[in-house]
Design a protein around this ligand. Structure first.
Ligand SMILES: NC(=O)c1ccc[n+]([C@@H]2O[C@H](COP(=O)([O-])OP(=O)(O)OC[C@H]3O[C@@H](n4cnc5c(N)ncnc54)[C@H](OP(=O)(O)O)[C@@H]3O)[C@@H](O)[C@H]2O)c1
Length: 262
């Protein structure tokens, strides 16, 4: 199958999600994840943990240039983009971000106004790349048409429940990388098709889900605090699914699907 070898924007197959991780637990999870080999850490101003994430990064000893650090701008802070960015950089303890995302869309004029400040930040060297999150294709089109600047990434909820081949085709044609958030919390982990594929492969349902993302060329952002989970999620790049297995999982979103094992 395609996918894992050609991930866009240099995103690794699985990034560490940090929503709901706080304090020492957040720093420990980040440090542990980086020691295990994670190289992309996803946070957000709204997660209220950038300082803890930064402490974990520093404690890991991993070189800054070997890491992708992603944070998100809360759309309710519109008008305070530079101030919010400088605070994120300060809390994280870095002089630039690798990727800065608008956490969610505003109305078209509002998104454009924020986006123009994002472009300024990129030109100032404070962020390497800029993107969006939770934007629908029409909202991405609108932003590109009005600004002339294409987001590098759109981070969206992804998984069998959200499987939308039209969105993938649209973003691929535009050159926008799709990154999938909430691979577990937004999906039905008990679905019989996932359980059947997991049983057949001798893997966990979580690993199957992450691998399914990669088969569609979509890197995932998965949160894990437990060392066993952190380790298991890194194995998504180590095996492949057959096209029949991928198609069966694709059909989970289809109401007509009977749930028969592939
Ligand atoms: N852009 C956005 O609007 C947006 C929205 C939501 C999320 N996100 C990002 O996406 C990340 C992931 O989404 P999420 O936080 O909703 O959660 P998630 O990654 O879908 O699920 C996390 C849960 O799955 C468990 N888990 C992880 N790996 C496992 C494994 N191999 N086996 C069994 N259980 C496992 C974790 O347990 P333990 O923690 O106990 O290990 C945790 O309870 C977020 O942290 C955030 O960075 C972005």
């Amino acid at each position: 199958m395609s996918g894992a070898g050609t991930l866009p924007f240099g995103l690794p197959p699985v990034s560490l999600g940090t929503w709901q991780l706080r304090g020492r637990e957040a720093s420990r999870a980040v440090q542990q994840a980086l020691a295990l080999g994670y190289r992309c850490v996803d946070t957000a101003t709204g997660y209220d943990n950038e300082q803890d994430v930064g402490a974990g990064i520093r404690a890991s000893g991993v070189e800054r240039d070997d890491l992708l650090i992603v944070t998100k701008f809360p759309e309710e802070d519109a008008g305070r983009e530079r101030e919010t960015l400088l605070r994120s950089l300060d809390l994280l303890g870095v002089d630039h971000l690798d990727l800065w995302l608008i956490h969610g869309p505003l109305d078209p004029d509002g998104s454009l106004a924020v986006w123009e400040r994002f472009v300024d930040a990129r030109e100032a060297g404070l962020v390497r790349a800029i993107g969006v999150s939770n934007f629908r294709p029409a909202q991405v089109d609108d932003l590109v048409a009005r600004s002339g600047v294409t987001p590098s990434v759109n981070q969206v909820a992804f998984g069998p429940r959200w499987f939308d081949p039209a969105l993938l085709r649209h973003h691929a044609a535009l050159g926008v990388a799709v990154q999938g958030h909430s691979p577990f919390s937004e999906n039905d982990l008990g679905h019989p098709v996932l359980k059947a594929v997991a049983g057949h492969r001798g893997r966990g349902v979580h690993q199957i889900l992450l691998r399914w993302h990669l088969e569609h060329g979509v890197p995932a952002v998965a949160k894990a605090a437990s060392p066993a989970h952190l380790t298991a999620n890194l194995t998504a790049g180590e095996f492949a699914l057959t096209s029949a297995e991928v198609a069966a999982i694709d059909r989970i979103a289809d109401d007509a699907w009977t749930g028969a094992a592939p």
